[in-house]
Design a protein around this ligand. Structure first.
Ligand code: NAP
Length: 660
């Protein structure tokens, strides 16, 4: 339980060093009044209000000053009026100046009751007592998340437990950091030449993250890394590279090397991991455990459209971007208007002669004025220096898109409007999204084409600041929603018989998420092949462990994609804490291996799918790449992120067969 200030990390024996903690929660400063004035003018006012409490140690500020109206997805200002914001800013200036003049002493950290009061103000009562530990850990009032499980194994045991990690994306890198800190030897195998996974592979113009970077970041790194609220791919790649350097993980990574298979050897209680380097050399590594961090977006799909391979010009997938193909003054056909196509088209339209976008299904877009916005330098100063401001900004960024969305994504079985929405609350979202589209487009014909005929949030919702609709109204961009009949040698023919010539064909057609291992052949107990066991309905207990696959752990595995909110990086941190707990459980029990019990895993997956059946993702009007051949959504996670945080805190030994 969060016990308040006494559990503050600075007070703990195993705490981070004070300077490291200051890096996370706010570096002391001695800047001028002008710097402070500029920072308060650009700050997120709800986050500023909370930081003021930390600086002044005065809970009374919360009674005195105006409060956020409610935390709203994609808004950093809590729906506050301009005069209310100004009142807080004016007072904030005084509080910050006073804090500076006092020499930036250690900030006030609330006890549990005080934190609840702060959260009541911040979230208009949404964050109830149940969430306190979870929120306190993320705000860094306790080190519950960073400390990880209290390890019962010895350092010597851990040092004799080599682990192979497959993939060096955000999850594989995280695995390396946490294994290193726990003293577990490891090797990461990465097929690309750099860290980054999907952020290294997806280099198409316009590629950027669609979860706010304050949340799409490691919780143990400061929130001031970012130049934009939603950064572009090069910056995310740089972030991952910087983090890799900071924790000195590169010496443990074998780049340009692919895992071709992994087999459990029952005689040696180890995994034999077959790898192949870029130049064709093959080798077998031996490990006591394997962490599979390949993610769900590593297998690009080129759909089976007639003539798909017949195009004679350059043709490539967004995840295999060709830097050598110059799009200047070219006619470009983009197949797919999902997350990737939606970002790509506006980014290339200035350069090309013509872009034809082939849309099979319209996508929902959520209003987000910050989507392309840079974080003004004064606001970055606030993140870097004002105590806990960056942590609260992270909270403002994540709370409204994570567990707070439950009502809007739940299907009301009595709600029937022909599949356009799934409930009254969901319908409200539909109307709000449509109103936003109308801000940027008055062309009724185009609006008809781009307005989805299924409930909002049923698929991944795209972030929009008007760029998409503005781009589609250009004379040199056309949105085509007639089905594709065939790809020809020099263009695309739609079913109405129209042939549109193209010089370049770009597949923005997504990934095969239901076969996330791709061709990697993983064999567990009795030679069982994981790809056979999974088919197109992959499963894992808590998305991490799989019956009959000893000491085998998934990150961003089956049943872990929280579609509409949440940060994959946050979820990876939950998974990695759990995986360390599992490794510790095996070692402390002097066991050969652990596998989850069949019944426990099956029950978990049944409950997850049952829950998902009540959610908009499985709504009959929604066709999405999440659905497998049976119409279920095995890659998705249906519960609250809070539950996931709780359940992955540490493994329950009763859930496992521990083989000695
Ligand atoms: P996607 O969302 O699956 O979009 C693929 C597009 O290709 C859809 O428009 C799809 O149409 C279309 N398509 C597929 N098969 C087709 C066919 N046979 N004929 C015509 N059109 C076809 O893939 P994505 O855009 O690469 O995104 C995948 C996931 O990656 C996203 O959901 C998101 O999680 C992640 N992502 C995130 C970001 C970000 O953070 N900003 C950016 C890119 C991707 P239908 O809709 O009709 O299936």
């Amino acid at each position: 339980m969060y016990g308040g200030a006494m559990t503050h990390v600075r007070a703990r024996g195993d705490a981070l060093a004070a300077d490291e903690m200051a890096r996370l929660i706010g570096l002391p400063f001695n800047d001028s009044d002008d710097v402070i004035r500029a920072a308060v003018a650009e700050a997120s006012v709800p986050s500023l209000l909370m930081s003021m409490v930390h600086m002044a140690g005065d809970m009374g500020l919360l009674d005195e000053l105006p409060k956020p109206f409610m935390l709203i997805a994609m808004d950093l200002q809590g729906g506050m009026s301009e005069p209310d914001k100004q009142t807080v800013r004016d007072r904030g200036f005084d509080v910050i100046r006073d804090y500076r003049d006092r020499g930036c002493p250690p900030p006030f950290v609330p006890d549990a009751a005080q934190l609840q009061t702060m959260l009541d103000v911040m979230s208009a009562g949404q964050v109830t007592a149940e969430y306190l530990d979870y929120v306190a850990a993320d705000l860094r009032f306790s080190d519950a998340d960073q400390r990880g499980p209290v390890l019962a194994s010895t350092a010597e045991q851990r040092s004799e437990f080599p682990v192979v990690v497959i993939g060096c994306g955000e999850a594989g890198l995280l695995a390396g950091i946490k294994l290193k800190q726990a003293g577990v030897p490891f090797t990461i195998i990465e097929k690309q030449a750099s860290v980054g996974g999907t952020w290294a592979a997806n280099r198409y113009p316009g590629c950027r993250v669609d979860i706010a970077n304050q949340y799409y970041a490691y919780s143990f790194e400061p929130t001031d890394h970012w130049s934009h609220y939603y950064s572009e791919q090069p910056e995310i790649l740089k972030y991952l590279t910087d983090v890799m350097d900071r924790y000195d993980i590169a010496p443990h990574v074998r780049f340009q090397t692919e895992v071709t298979g992994a087999e459990w050897n029952e005689r040696t209680d180890s995994w034999h991991v077959a790898i192949r380097t870029d130049d064709g050399r093959e080798e077998t590594l031996t490990a006591r455990a394997v962490i599979c961090a390949v993610g769900q977006f590593s297998n690009p799909v080129i759909p089976n459209i007639k003539g798909a391979m017949d195009f004679e010009g350059p043709a490539f997938h967004t995840a295999d971007w060709r830097d050598d193909v110059d799009l200047t003054d070219k006619r470009v056909a983009v197949i797919g208007a999902g997350a990737s196509g939606f970002q790509l088209v506006p980014a290339i339209a200035d350069q090309t002669a013509q872009v034809d976008v082939y849309q099979r299904t319209a996508q929902w877009m959520a209003p987000n004025i910050n989507y392309h916005a840079a974080i003004p330098e004064p606001a970055r100063w606030a993140i870097r220096h004002l105590p806990y401001y960056g942590r609260w900004l992270r909270f403002v960024s994540w709370w409204p898109i994570a567990d707070a969305l439950d009502e809007q994504v739940t299907i009301d079985p009595d709600w029937d409007n022909g599949g356009l929405s799934a409930s009254k609350a969901n319908h409200g979202i539909r109307e709000m999204f449509i109103a936003w589209m109308r801000v940027f487009c008055s062309d009724e014909q185009l609006l008809k084409k781009v307005t989805p005929n299924y409930p909002p949030m049923g698929k991944r919702t795209l972030q929009d600041n008007g760029t998409w609709l503005t781009t589609l109204q250009r004379d040199d961009v056309e949105l085509i929603n007639d089905g594709i009949a065939e790809i020809t040698a020099d263009g695309v023919r739609t079913i109405d018989g129209v042939h549109r010539p193209a010089d370049v064909l770009i597949w923005a057609t997504g990934f095969d998420v239901n076969h996330q291992l791709g061709p990697v052949n993983v064999r567990g107990l009795d030679g069982l092949a994981l790809n056979d066991a999974w088919g197109d309905a992959p499963y894992a207990y808590l998305g991490v462990t799989v019956p009959k696959f000893p000491n085998f752990f998934c990150m961003f595995g089956p049943g872990t994609n929280a579609v509409n909110g949440a940060s994959i990086i946050y979820n990876s941190e939950c998974q990695m804490r759990y995986i360390l707990g599992c490794i510790d459980m095996v070692l402390a029990n002097k066991a050969r291996y652990a596998v989850p019990r069949d019944a426990v895993c099956a029950d978990y997956n049944r409950r997850n799918q049952e829950r998902l059946k009540t959610m908009v993702y499985t709504h009959p009007a929604v066709a999405s790449y999440y659905k497998n051949s049976a119409g279920t959504v095995p890659t998705l996670y249906g519960f609250r992120i809070f539950d996931y945080w709780n359940w992955t805190n540490r493994p329950n030994p009763d859930d496992y067969e521990l083989q000695s």
